[in-house]
Design a protein around this ligand. Structure first.
Ligand code: G3H
Ligand code: 13P
Ligand code: ZN
Length: 311
């Protein structure tokens, strides 16, 4: 099976009340951990590559790893550019075999966001590639500084129809209280996504796929593993999984997860070195790290996204 776009995946996910997991990949063990989990539970997948991942691992290595995963699993897999920052980056991924790109011009003024997104959509659609765009800026805590979650940071539902009709984008990432990284909410507070905004957006865009970024739940077992083995991540808090499940039942068709992969991998490797200070063969510590990713992703596919058995 060749790489697929998200068109059919999202249509089925919307109707079926589940979401597709979009997991960030940076190396072979991460690709293997995620795809082995998806194969075991027969789930469709989006594997996404950031600009940083392309700079780290190289475009060709990453696309070939994903092609290898398709050969090994036979699953429908979409290869997606995460947070494309310009037309040129998107074009390079479209020309280089990706089946989906995100143009993230959400920090630009509304009219400029429309203009750049439209340009990417025209080129992508001419080449059979789908486009995710973003409206609104993710709020949260960065570098242990609280970025105040003012209304202006959230997506404005009154803007979404005009944005989608003028750009022709295929899916839309919105800001309803998730944020990137491992420090999403203030310790001691009650994390709560803005489902009122999600509801308004979905009413204005019936049947249209919505995307949530910053959706790691920051499993405390991995934070503990990191902290107990020489790390220092106090107050790392993520999005409650039951709220992600609720979003997946509605219009949210794609849920982005990266930090949880990093935590699983880092926690496992830290523990390995603490338990075996004499070992130095990378295969010995990457093997349990890959297994930890696999178990964590399986849990997400079944209990959070609800996309098991949907491939
Ligand atoms: O949203 C960002 C993703 O977690 C990718 O992170 O740019 O460090 O690869 P990165
Ligand atoms: P997390 O940092 O919550 O994993 O978000 C990842 C993401 O949104 C990638 O685009
Ligand atoms: Zn993101």
């Amino acid at each position: 099976m060749p790489l697929v776009t998200t068109k059919e995946m999202f249509a089925k996910a919307y109707d079926g009340g589940y979401a597709i997991g979009a997991f960030n990949v940076n190396n072979m063990e991460i690709v293997q951990g995620i795809t082995e989990a998806a194969k075991e539970v027969n789930a469709p997948l989006i594997l996404q590559v950031s600009k940083g991942a392309r700079a780290y691992a190289n475009h060709t290595y990453l696309t070939k790893l994903v092609e290898a995963a398709i050969i090994e699993t036979g699953l429908p897999i979409c290869l997606h550019l995460d947070h494309g920052d310009s037309f040129e980056t998107c074009k390079s991924c479209i020309d280089g075999g990706f089946t989906s790109v995100m143009i993230d011009a959400s920090s630009k003024p509304f009219a400029e966001n429309i203009e750049i997104t439209k340009k990417v959509v025209e080129y992508a659609h001419d080449h059979g590639v789908v486009v995710e765009a973003e409206l609104g800026a993710l709020a949260g805590i960065e570098d242990e500084v609280q970025v105040s979650a003012e209304e202006s940071h959230y997506t404005r539902p009154e803007e979404v129809e005009e944005f989608v009709s003028k750009t022709g984008c295929d899916s839309l990432a919105i800001a309803i209280g998730t944020s990137h990284g491992a420090y999403k909410f203030k310790p001691g507070t009650n994390p709560q996504l803005r489902f009122d905004i999600l509801d308004e957006v979905s009413k204005k865009l019936p049947g249209f796929p919505i995307v949530l970024h910053g959706s790691s739940s920051v499993p405390q077992e991995f934070v503990k593993m990191i902290n107990e083995n020489g790390g220092n991540m106090p107050g790392a808090i993520g999005v409650p999984e039951d709220q992600l499940r609720q979003a997946a039942r509605g219009a949210v068709c794609k849920i982005n997860i990266d930090s949880d992969l990093r935590l699983a991998m880092t926690g496992t490797i830290r523990k390995f070195f603490n338990d075996h200070p004499d070992k130095f063969d990378p295969r010995e510590y990457l093997k349990p790290a890959r297994a930890a990713i696999k178990e964590m992703v399986k849990h997400k596919l079944i209990n959070v996204l609800g996309c098991d058995g949907k491939a």
